[in-house]
Ligand binder design. Structure first.
Ligand code: PLP
Length: 405
């Protein structure tokens, strides 16, 4: 083994011995022990192909259908309206590519996940007209803009339920009413809303809704698309007649079982009011940081949000540097920027809200999960202000402001 590789491994090993706090649950969540226990038999003795008619296949078919019931119960639809996919990205692509054809018009927003934005961009290259609507300073879309953007050939409106970076909830019920009145299909990407807020597809009035397993404590690589009965979508894949011919491919049985169990646990949590406890922890973290750090503010302040997310701009510092400095102290959070074409680009969501490039680059997302406890928030409150202060000491722009009369 080369010296550099050995050194890197030593660092990772030393790092993994440290007590670590994970506040990046919008990126992914740990699989809950109950979810893992439910999945375990499907890696071993219950290995059948759910399409086989013998005993082994019957067992796994039953498990897939029980999971379908649980996912349907989480969002208030019929089991037959759930299509299992490989995740949120596939669910988004399936509905967009499956509904829209050359010559159609699609309405979406500037703060969608790239799974929606880039799927729409691809369609645009194939002769589909796409309207990308702006948002206000809190990252909220104005439903009247949706109404005004409608055209005779509008086929689909795709607006997310909760944003992955700010947690801000869009007025999806109002958009659903507009879509219903116009006879247009409405899809909402609920990947960051599922399990965090109550979802009822009938109240939303949507024709399709995406969810992803790994954002609700199921494993990565599984998700689901709700497709309202009577809504015809073309499949992305051709092959077997799985998922009522809407998604060909042998089912990922352990993943689907995990998603079903996670949906069941999420629903129980919402029924118990766990979301309010999580919002209280998130608010304590946010209040505590803002009380100790000057020239900082919440992105999306004043808008309705999911209970687990806060996104804060810490002016005069580089968000990447702050994420790395916090990681070295054992706190995992993420920045509002992504590496694109080798350069660090400010987040399209934060810039669409009107943040300056510097502010977007200086923003951090804190996202809680079911495993987050009060002590994690205490530790974060100890670490964040002192780390921001240390980085600001090195920041020329902060020193200029601090020294000015
Ligand atoms: N949509 C949103 C809002 C997301 O946050 C994500 C993942 O971050 C996705 C879609 C993609 O989901 P997946 O990672 O399951 O493909």
């Amino acid at each position: 083994m080369g010296t550099a590789l050995r050194l890197a491994q030593d660092r990772i090993e030393a790092g993994s011995r440290m007590h670590r706090i994970y506040l990046d649950n919008n990126a992914t969540t740990p699989v809950l022990p109950g979810v893992f226990d439910a999945m375990r038999p499907y890696f071993g003795e219950q290995f059948g192909n759910a399409s086989s008619i013998h005993h082994h296949g019957q067992q796994t078919r039953a498990a897939v259908e029980i999971a379908r019931d649980s996912v349907a119960a989480l969002i208030g639809c019929r089991a037959s309206e759930i299509v299992f996919t490989s995740g949120g990205t596939e669910a988004d692509n399936l509905v967009i590519a499956g509904l829209v054809k050359t010559g159609d018009h699609v309405i979406t927003s500037s703060i969608e996940h790239h799974a929606v934005l880039l799927a729409c961009k691809h369609l645009e290259e194939m002769g589909v007209a796409v309207t990308v609507l702006p948002v206000d300073g809190r990252s909220l879309l104005d439903p009247d803009d949706v109404r005004r953007a409608l055209r005779p050939n509008t086929k689909l409106i795709s607006v997310m339920m909760a944003n992955n970076e700010t947690g801000v909830l869009q007025p999806v019920e109002e958009i659903g009413r507009i879509a219903g009145a116009a006879g247009v299909c409405f899809h909402t990407d609920a990947v960051q809303a599922a399990g965090k807020v109550v979802i009822d597809v009938k109240r939303i009035g949507c024709h399709a809704l995406s969810i992803s397993g790994h954002k609700i404590h199921a494993p990565q690589g599984v998700g689901a698309l709700y497709v309202r009965k009577g809504t015809r979508i073309e499949p992305l894949f051709y092959g077997g007649r799985h998922e009522r011919s809407r998604r060909a491919g042998t089912e990922n049985v352990p993943g689907i079982v995990g998603l079903g169990k996670a949906a069941e646990i999420a629903k129980e949590g919402l029924d118990r009011g766990d979301d309010q406890k999580m919002a209280a922890m998130r608010d304590r973290l946010q209040r505590g940081i803002l009380a100790q750090v000057e020239e900082a503010g919440v992105n999306g302040e004043g808008a309705p949000r999911v209970p687990n997310t806060t996104n804060i701009h810490f002016d005069h510092i580089d968000g990447e540097a702050l994420v790395i400095a916090l990681d070295l102290k054992g706190l995992a959070v993420s920045t509002g920027a992504a590496c694109s074409s080798g350069a660090i680009e400010p987040s399209h969501v934060l810039t669409a809200m009107g943040l300056r490039t510097n502010q977007a680059r200086a923003s951090l997302r804190f996202s809680l999960g079911k495993q987050t406890v009060a002590e994690d928030i205490d530790v974060a409150l100890g670490l964040v202000p002192e780390t921001v202060a240390r980085l600001r000491e090195l920041s020329p722009s902060y020193r200029r402001v601090a020294l000015s009369p």
